[in-house]
Design a protein around this ligand. Structure first.
Ligand code: ATP
Ligand code: MG
Length: 420
């Protein structure tokens, strides 16, 4: 039987790569102007890192993690998210001592064993950013602004920014108790998961994707009304900052994050499309996480964005079809050697060029050039060699011209060099 990819995993084929390149290049450019530096971290971490940070009552830790025993018996996990590894690294290398505010970004694969659907995979890619260290509410605004600019430059409209505050360890327990009380007599209307969540993590009921559970939440108490003074002021300042930038948002009192470490600001960018897979990017503040993982008591905020979901929504005109600038059709051994020299000169100048090493007929080489979507074809045959000229054919217009072989390199470079 043929071997195929594992369920929920997928190949990203060459035709899709221009989109991925575009997204990554834009991200890198924007991150640079927002003064974020890249960090590359391992894909495997000790299981404890995620269990301790994400929280044991969460979907990710309960059922989505790829966890294995290493050969020495140690439990290791394919990373399901990027924030905990970033924080682990900052602590391990004492990076917070070296910078007043660590502003970092990552781009790479994450792994969660969930039910595969369109826009939901078991290996997927995230781009994320973290700002860790003393900051203020406008740091939250900066993160949101980054995404807002990114989506604008990707020409993705139809996105809604949703905001909420999930409070802090001072005000949340009180709210959780109220919510638990509210949910007590609604258990029969809730899904099995939410019945369990009511006991261990009642706020997770709020963002259950089950419609029947959502119906039970009518008139449920809302965290925003139970924030402590400091959380309230923080949220007001975030909203005011967004107002200054004319950023449109919607308060969603049901918005919570699926990970336990979040505090205060939570936000999500959602699209109109894709049904249950409509969250494109999500983030929030995690003021207790660094201390929880053994570092100093500093606040942090971050977001993660699903790259597959961005690519599904991006404007295709941003990545026009790839074109091969030049194909050389050379006929006969001597012509092929001449072509090889021209090819080398073009490639030394970083111009894309290709030829056929099969020494096939002119017809079959022209076919190849077509398949490669070549802009020009240079034809060098025995006759051309004798007369010291080659034929350059523009594939779209079918126009042809004779070019002297002696200066062919320079002539082609002039024609093919991309405009500066
Ligand atoms: P969802 O509600 O869709 O399950 P989540 O709350 O689990 O998302 P986060 O942990 O906040 O997602 O991850 C941030 C982003 O990463 C999501 O908004 C989404 O774009 C992307 N993402 C998360 N899980 C997957 C997945 N299994 N496949 C593809 N993209 C994903
Ligand atoms: Mg999820």
């Amino acid at each position: 039987m043929n071997i195929q990819t594992i369920k929920g995993f997928k190949d990203i084929l060459p035709d899709e790569i221009p989109k991925w390149d575009f997204v990554e290049q834009l991200l890198r450019k924007l991150f640079k102007s927002y003064h974020y530096k890249e960090i590359k971290l391992p894909i495997l971490e000790e299981t404890t890192l995620f269990a301790r940070s994400i929280g044991t009552g969460t979907d990710i830790v309960e059922k989505e993690m790829y966890t294995f025993d290493d050969r020495d018996g140690k439990k290791i996990t394919l990373r399901p998210e990027g924030t905990a590894p970033v924080v682990r690294s900052l602590i391990e290398h004492n990076l917070m001592a070296a910078t007043p505010l660590a502003k970092l970004f990552y781009i790479g694969p994450m792994f969660r064993r969930e039910r595969p659907q369109k826009g939901r995979y078991r290996q997927f890619y995230q781009a994320g950013a973290e700002a860790i260290g003393p900051s203020g509410p406008l740091q939250d605004v900066e993160m949101i602004l980054f995404l807002s600019q990114f989506f604008k430059e990707m020409r993705i409209s139809n996105l809604t920014l949703e905001m909420n505050s999930v409070g802090c360890p001072q005000c949340r327990p009180n709210y959780k108790a109220l919510l638990q009380e509210f949910l007590k007599d609604k258990q029969t209307g809730l899904c099995e998961n939410c019945q369990r969540r009511t006991l261990i993590n009642p706020m997770r009921v709020l963002d259950c994707k089950n419609e029947s559970c959502q119906k039970m939440l009518h008139n449920a108490p809302e965290m925003v009304h139970f924030l402590c003074g400091e959380c309230h002021d923080h949220f007001e300042e975030v909203k005011s900052g967004l107002g200054v930038l004319h950023t449109v948002y919607r308060i969603n009192p049901r918005l919570v994050r699926g990970l336990d470490y979040y505090t205060r600001t939570a936000f999500e960018w959602k699209s109109d499309f894709q049904g249950a897979q409509n969250t494109i990017a999500a983030g929030g503040r995690y003021d207790g996480l660094v201390k929880e993982l053994g570092g100093p008591d500093v606040p942090g905020i971050g977001f993660a964005m699903g790259i597959e979901r961005v690519i599904a929504l991006m404007d295709p005109s941003l990545t026009p079809e790839i074109e091969l600038p030049l194909f050389i059709a050379a006929l006969g051994k001597t012509a092929q050697e001449a072509a090889l020299l021209i090819l080398a000169e073009l490639r030394e100048n970083h111009i894309g060029a290709e030829m056929d090493f099969q020494n096939a007929s002119l017809k079959s080489q022209m076919k190849k050039a077509d398949r490669y979507n070549a802009r020009y074809v240079l034809i060098i045959g025995e006759d051309e060699l004798k007369s010291g000229k080659a034929t350059l054919r523009q594939m779209k217009t079918k126009e042809q011209e004779e070019l002297p072989l002696q200066t062919i390199g320079e002539t082609l470079l002039e024609k093919l060099r991309p405009p500066i």
